[in-house]
Design a protein around this ligand. Sequence first.
Ligand code: K1U
Ligand code: ZN
Length: 169
Amino acid sequence: MAILPILCYPDPRLHKVARPVQAVDDRIRTLVADMLATMYDAHGIGLAATQVDVHERLVVIDVSEERDQPLVLINPELVWTSAEKHLNEEGCLSVPGIYDGVERFDAVHVRALDAQGQSRVVEADGLLAVCIQHEMDHLMGKVFVEYLSPLKRNRIKTKMVKQQREARG
Ligand code: K1U
Ligand code: ZN
């Protein structure tokens, strides 16, 4: 298993729209294993393929306390959303150190293929529902800071560019 580099905002590759996975084969299963290892290594609760510069519709998630309940969603599609929405605090491995409120559906049902290529519907609420919506946004090239005001977003962009310049030395 490999730890993959995670793209950092404002990298333009984070805005690419992912294409559907054509076949759940060994290449995809290796990508799933590498993405899970990368997510656990970064202490995240989710990761979209877009964030590791692979522009295919695949996300991994684990919101369990014990970090032992991985969820793999290939070609995910929302099939139901609740009427209610709420503001939730979000973070992003591609925007390290930034947390802010985003309005999301309270509950969603998502149809997706699992790592064996089997179709299933996942019924989610709470943090899992928030995380699914955040990860599916990544597949559409959308980063959570785009829900914030232009003022906040520009401040975050400036901070990230400065951090990356300093890290490069
Ligand atoms: O997609 C990502 O960048 C992963 C992201 C997922 C996420 C976190 C919180 C709300 C929605 C989606 C993270 O894992 S950020 C780091 C983290 O573990 C975390 C941050 C805030 C709340 C809970 C967890
Ligand atoms: Zn994210």
